[in-house]
Design a binder for this molecule. Structure first.
Ligand code: FCB
Length: 453
């Protein structure tokens, strides 16, 4: 057995979820329609035509879910607000029942000794705003600042940790570019203003939240795989540059005051995605986007090996790992704990965020409950153990990592994959809504208790 790994005092151990993936109650108590409601109700968009209409029924079962978190000893809980539950039309009239739901949830968490971390946008935009142009138009960014105001004014006395957006790259590129996510548009020339308005709305929201919530810490969550080239061929190296540039630097660079990366602007231009140049960027926008934040949240899952498939490519070498559950999760995502050390060091030493949180990390395995109701999800335990150890190595290298949120508390609606992928440390029987604590959750409980393993 390796030496003991002990984390710093006050290290924040949590789990994460998102409103659309767990709440259900999609049209209850005055909630407005979201883009994800519209998208999942469109046949053919989601595996098995699954929807989040019921999901984990968390809107009804939230008290039980808090009790479960308390039992596991969780210190923090990252959840998102359904924007149309609070503002059915996206702006203007508040749906008091929706706001009360989150207010009660926050009170329940605090009573259980669990620190709430709120994500304002984990993708479920009010459909009403989408009908007016969605993130492609600047007025949606203005509406987001109003929404941030409503939420932080109501909850800011009790909630001190705020994340504006979750993975804006996924919204921009997959929601409006490739169309696998809501609203399902397929036009990269729309994705570019979308990305800009997401970032702009982030910059506008930061001071609004701070104004309403004294001593609040505000950040943004970005997704970042560990991207490596399969060989030193020019094509493979270029593929890494382009891909991580589009998915990560395009967002991190402006947030850290560097503006948009010029190599990627050139790539977009070559793709024909900038027919009118960067005319959606108005003067002063980049200063707004660069408003200093208190932390960056990183979602890390996997390594991406880049092997460019161009006709005249240089020779390439790839050493694939065997495709078994120790190396690949059921999402088909390659497991690489060292990549977590890599991304943490790279982001910290390159951008110098004040603080970093792993806002998501976890694995999809479908292990069901056995006859006794135990869920022996040994591969998930291994995944978490090796990634926690990697996080600890990054801490030793000087990265100011303040906390870790396992994705996810519960099995839930996994976007285009519907219910076919199970990321929870708690199993959910969708027929009965019964929860079964998996072995990974029991193991995690011990880690939290000892602040290490
Ligand atoms: C991330 C999302 C999260 C979840 C995980 C598996 O990209 O933020 O909602 O779906 O992937």
């Amino acid at each position: 057995m390796a030496n003991k790994i002990i984390f710093p005092d006050n290290f924040v151990w949590g789990t994460a979820t998102a409103s659309y993936q767990i709440e259900g109650a999609w049209n209850k108590h005055g909630k407005g329609e979201s883009t994800w409601d519209r998208f999942t109700h469109t046949p053919g968009k989601i595996k098995n035509n699954d929807t989040g209409d019921i999901a984990d029924d968390h809107y009804r079962l939230w008290k039980k879910d808090i009790a479960l978190m308390k039992k596991l000893g969780l210190k923090a809980y990252r959840f998102s607000i359904s924007w149309p539950r609070v503002l059915p039309a996206g702006r203007g009239k508040v749906n008091q029942k929706g706001l009360d739901f989150y207010s009660n949830l926050v009170d329940g968490l605090l009573k259980a000794g669990i620190t709430p971390f709120i994500t304002l946008n984990h993708w479920d935009l009010p459909q009403k705003l989408e009908d007016e142009g969605g993130w492609a138009v600047r007025s949606t960014a203005e509406a987001f600042a109003q929404y941030a105001d409503v939420l932080s004014r109501t909850l800011g006395d009790r909630v001190k940790n705020w994340i504006t957006h979750n993975e804006p790259a996924v919204v921009a590129w997959m929601g409006y570019g490739t169309g696998q996510h809501a609203p399902g548009l397929t036009d990269f020339s729309i994705s570019l203003p979308v990305a800009h308005h997401l970032l702009l709305s982030h910059g506008w929201a930061v001071p609004v939240i701070r104004g309403n919530s004294s001593n609040a810490e505000v950040g943004i969550t970005l997704n970042i795989p560990w991207a490596v080239a399969a060989s030193n061929s020019r094509a493979d190296l270029n593929s890494v540059r382009a891909d991580e540039g589009r998915w990560f630097r395009w967002f991190a660079d402006p947030v850290y005051g560097r503006g948009y990366p010029s190599d990627i602007t050139l790539d977009f231009d070559k793709m024909g995605a900038l027919p009118n140049g960067m005319n959606f960027v108005q003067s002063g926008d980049l200063d707004v986007i660069a408003t200093p934040t208190d932390f960056v949240g990183l979602n890390y899952y996997s390594r991406h090996v880049h092997r460019a498939e161009t006709p005249n490519n240089d020779p390439q070498i790839v050493f694939p790992k065997p495709q078994n559950p120790e190396h690949w999760t059921e999402m088909g995502w390659e497991i690489e704990p060292d990549g977590l050390v890599g991304i943490l060091c790279r982001v910290y030493f390159n951008y110098q965020p004040r603080k970093v949180y792993i806002t998501e990390n976890g694995a999809s395995y479908s292990t069901p409950p056995d006859a006794k109701g135990n869920v022996p999800d040994i591969h998930r335990v291994n995944y978490l153990r090796t990634h926690f150890a990697a996080a600890h190595r990054a801490l030793q290298a000087g990265v100011p990592l303040a906390g870790y949120f396992v994705w996810s508390l519960l099995d839930n609606f996994e976007w285009s994959h519907g219910y076919s992928q199970r990321f929870g440390i708690v199993y959910v029987d969708y027929e009965t809504q019964k929860r079964y604590v998996k072995d990974s959750a029991k193991w995690y409980k011990g880690v939290i208790k000892k602040n290490g393993f």
